[in-house]
Design a binder for this molecule. Structure first.
Ligand code: SF4
Ligand SMILES: [Zn+2]
Length: 321
C-alpha cells in the first residue's frame, strides 16, 4: 500500500463542539500553480507518467487500514495543491474518497478555479448522511484580501474577485467555505503585515464560514527561505499574532505551526512557550480571555515588538528600469 505524505488524528472545534478529526495529506500529481514564494508542498508530487489514479487509491486504502473511520467525525483532506483539480486528483479518486468518508464532515483544500458547483454537488450527494447541515467545506488559501500583496508578496495567481466567485460556486453546490489567511508574507514590515491581517479578517468575516489564520513559517527549499537565510525576512512576532486575533470581529482559528522556533512565529524565546500554549488552547475553546491573558504576559520583548511596529520601514522597489 502507498502511504500518504502524512496522516494524523487530532481534534477540531466545530459549532461549539470539539470533535475527533483525521487530517490526511495526499501525495498527488502536484499543484498546477506551483509558484507561491513560501510554499514547499508544491515539491511533493509524483513525476509525470506514473499511474496516478492507482497510487492515490492505494493511499486512501492505507488511510482506512490504519485509522478506523468510525472514531472520526471530521476528515480534513489536503493535497500538495487542489483536491478538486481533476488533473491533480483523478475523478475516480474523488469518487472513492466521497464513498469512504460518507457520513463525515469533510474539509477539502482547493484553489478557487477548481470549485465547480456540479462536482461539489456530486461529492456532497455521496458524503451526506443528514448528520451535518453542511457536510463539505472547501478550504481555499486566500492568504489576504489585498490583491497587491497576494500578487507581489506571494505570487498566488488569483484575485479577490476569483475568490468571491469561488465562494458563490461552492454555495451553489451546497458547500461551505473555509478561508486560510497568511500572516506576514515576505516584503512587508511587521506593522504592514498586522494591518493586512486585520483588514483581511474584516473583509472575510461574513463571507467565509470558517476563518483560519496561518502565521507564516519558513519552509525548506522556498524563495522565502532564501530571504530568511540572508536576514531579509523574519516570521511574525507572537505578539502580532495575538494582536490580530484580539482585534478580530469573529472567531478565527490559529494553530501556530513552528510557534516559538526561528522558522516559525516567535518572540524572544523566553515568553514563547506560554503564548503558544494559550493559542493552542484558544483554538479548541475560542475563549478569548486566554488571548487577553497571553497578551498581558510580562516580557522585555514586548517593548522590542512595539519599537519594531513603529520604526520598521518598508524597502521600496524601483518603479522603472
Ligand atoms: S501555496 Fe497552494 S497554490 Fe501556492 S504553490 Fe503551494 S500548493 Fe500551490
Ligand atoms: Zn519575550
Amino acid at each position: 500500500m502507498e502511504r500518504p505524505l502524512a496522516c494524523w488524528k487530532g481534534e477540531e472545534r466545530y459549532e461549539g463542539e470539539v470533535l475527533p478529526s483525521l487530517t490526511i495529506i495526499l501525495k498527488t500529481g502536484g499543484c498546477r500553480h506551483n509558484r507561491c514564494r513560501m510554499c514547499s508542498y508544491r515539491h511533493e508530487r509524483y513525476s509525470s507518467g506514473v499511474a496516478l489514479e492507482k497510487l492515490l487509491l492505494s493511499q486512501l486504502e492505507w488511510v482506512v487500514h490504519h485509522h478506523p473511520l468510525s472514531e472520526v467525525a471530521i476528515v480534513k483532506l489536503y493535497t500538495s495543491g487542489s483536491f478538486f483539480d481533476p488533473d491533480e486528483v483523478p475523478a475516480a479518486v474523488v469518487e472513492e474518497a466521497a464513498r469512504l468518508f460518507s457520513g463525515k464532515l469533510v474539509i477539502a483544500e482547493t484553489r478557487p478555479e477548481f470549485v465547480d458547483p456540479a462536482r461539489i454537488e456530486a461529492f456532497i450527494a455521496e458524503i451526506d448522511s443528514g448528520e451535518y447541515p453542511t457536510p463539505l467545506y472547501v478550504a481555499i488559501g486566500l492568504e489576504t484580501s489585498n490583491d497587491r500583496i497576494r500578487e507581489k508578496s506571494i505570487d498566488k495567481g488569483f484575485s479577490w474577485l476569483d475568490f468571491r466567485h469561488a465562494v458563490e460556486c461552492a454555495r451553489k453546490g451546497g458547500a461551505g467555505v473555509k478561508a486560510y489567511l497568511l500572516h506576514k508574507p515576505p516584503f512587508l514590515t511587521e506593522k504592514e503585515a498586522l494591518l493586512d491581517m486585520e483588514q483581511s479578517i474584516r473583509d472575510c468575516a461574513g463571507l467565509a464560514d470558517i476563518l483560519s489564520m496561518n502565521p507564516c513559517t519558513v519552509q525548506r527549499y522556498t524563495e522565502l527561505e532564501y530571504y530568511w537565510k540572508r536576514g531579509a525576512y523574519r516570521p511574525p512576532y507572537l505578539w502580532s499574532v495575538l494582536a490580530a486575533l484580539l482585534s478580530a470581529p469573529v472567531p478565527v482559528h490559529c494553530d501556530p505551526v513552528g510557534g516559538g522556533r526561528a522558522r516559525g512565529p516567535h518572540n524572544c524565546g523566553r515568553c514563547d512557550y506560554g503564548i503558544v500554549s494559550a493559542l493552542r488552547e484558544y483554538n479548541l475553546t475560542e475563549d478569548s480571555q486566554l488571548l487577553v491573558e497571553a497578551f498581558a504576559t510580562e516580557c522585555a520583548c514586548r517593548e522590542e515588538w512595539e519599537s519594531v511596529l513603529s520604526l520598521e520601514k518598508p524597502f521600496c522597489m524601483p518603479l522603472t528600469r
